[in-house]
Write a protein that binds this ligand. Structure first.
Ligand code: AHM
Ligand code: MG
Length: 336
């Protein structure tokens, strides 16, 4: 890594973002401001999560989102907080949210950026005090600033992301992000109200011994996945599944491992969403030296055709992901 890019542990997120911007002579500061807006909304959401049991915002909201999933109160609150922060910031012309049916036009038609966001991932875990998260992707718009943003602005491949990140609200709250120059993690100090650099230049292990998968659906998994799960057991790997993608991903990123969400009978195209979950985490894992695929295609190269598109997801340490791909390919060859 370029020495100039290395900043010491303990650097605040704001200073880190500012120093990175100084290294790009033509940067206008808008992306930096946008990242700061996201961090601010994350602090607000963090506060609400920590007090959730006391202020009565656990439990279901009584509505279903566009994908027919029951919305939790915190899904709705987090969605409002992030949209408000992005709208007020002024850099974003359109937002895609897992919680909204359609594209949200922010009214900032001159804004250069599009944000895709899962404001509250793993929300079924809220009521039981298990880690949950926010996932975001940032794209540069294709249409001219000043014009109304279009669907083409919003349906860009993951390879077009200019930044992506997640916040994990866990035993401590962390923000991890990339702008395509490595991955850095920041831990939130509640008493100071600041994110501090705690995990500079994260590199994920090439291989690991953790696999994360909801094996309850195994009977309907394609054969190649079943073979991989058998392989994990032969190798005595550790099964670790929180059921909160951000938390499972974060652990595997740091320790080495693979997360799998195959197609199932219930979710034939997989459960996870390309625009809100797959692309952002794929960008991060690749920047950290790992790999992400839907079984046959690199996640970031999939051309999205709809906002809420789902995809199977195999993501994590390079060698482990390659092993899954190898078994899936072998199975396909047998069927053919
Ligand atoms: P959500 O975005 O509605 O919370 O759904 C995504 C979550 C992931 O966090 C998690 O990995 C997965 O769904 C768990 O699904 P399952 O309960 O089928 O294992
Ligand atoms: Mg989610």
């Amino acid at each position: 890594m370029n020495d100039k890019l290395a900043l010491p542990v303990g650097t605040t997120l704001d200073r880190f973002i500012m120093r990175k911007q100084e290294e790009f002579p033509y940067a206008t500061g808008e992306l930096s401001q946008l990242l700061r807006d996201i961090a601010l909304a994350a602090k607000i959401v963090n506060k609400e999560i920590n007090r959730a049991g006391l202020i009565g915002v656990t439990g279901a909201f009584g509505n279903q989102n566009v994908q027919g999933e029951e919305q939790q109160k915190l899904d709705v609150i987090a969605n409002i907080r992030f949209i408000r922060a992005l709208r007020n910031g002024g850099e974003v012309c359109a937002i895609l949210s897992e919680e909204e049916d359609d594209i949200i036009l922010t009214g900032n038609s001159k804004g250069k950026y599009i944000v895709a966001i899962d404001p509250m991932d793993g929300s079924s875990n809220i009521d039981v005090n298990v880690s949950i998260g926010t996932i975001f992707s940032i794209y540069r718009r294709i249409s001219e600033p000043g014009d109304e943003s279009t669907e083409a602005d919003c349906l860009q491949r993951g390879t077009c992301q200019v930044a992506a990140g997640y916040v994990v609200y866990g035993s401590s709250t962390m923000l991890v992000y990339t702008t395509g120059h490595g991955v850095n993690g920041f831990t939130y100090d509640v008493s100071l109200g600041e994110f501090f650099l705690s995990n500079p230049n994260i590199v994920t292990p090439k291989t690991g011994t953790i696999y994360s998968c909801n094996e309850g659906g195994v009977n309907s998994f394609p054969e190649g996945y079943k073979k991989y799960l058998e392989y994990c057991k032969e190798k005595s790997y550790s099964g670790r599944y929180i059921g909160s993608l951000v938390a499972d991903f974060h652990r595997n990123l740091l320790k080495g491992g693979v997360y799998l969400y195959p197609p199932t009978a219930k979710a034939p195209k997989g459960k996870l969403r390309l625009m809100y979950e797959g692309n952002a985490l794929a960008f991060i894992i690749e920047q950290a030296g790992g790999r992400a695929t839907d079984g046959s295609r690199r996640i970031m190269e999939i051309q999205p055709t709809e906002l809420h598109q789902r995809c199977p997801l195999i993501i994590g340490s390079e060698e482990m992901v390659k092993k899954v791909e190898e078994l899936l390919a072998a199975e396909k060859a047998v069927v053919a």
